[in-house]
Design a protein around this ligand. Structure first.
Ligand SMILES: [Zn+2]
Length: 78
């Protein structure tokens, strides 16, 4: 079983599900994770600039709506 790394302290891995394992029994890549408890979680870039953060994959699927102002450009006349 491959767990999702939550904390790495000198090769001593604490998995998302709470299991203590080693680098051979864990991964930071969710695609390699086989532990059913760790599987729904994924590391993503923290958009606030703090680095990486672990979130539930459902949260990734539904990001907050962007308030982006779309500017209409008039088509260039060819
Ligand atoms: Zn796990």
């Amino acid at each position: 079983v491959i767990h999702l790394v939550k904390l790495n302290q000198n090769g001593k891995i604490t998995a998302k599900c709470g299991v203590i394992t080693d680098t051979a029994g864990s991964s930071v890549w969710w695609s390699k994770v086989t532990c059913p408890t760790c599987t729904p979680y994924i590391w993503v870039d923290d958009l606030r600039g703090f680095g990486k953060m672990m979130v539930h994959r459902d949260e990734v699927k539904s990001p907050p709506p962007r308030t982006k102002v779309m500017r209409r450009r008039s088509k260039p006349s060819a």
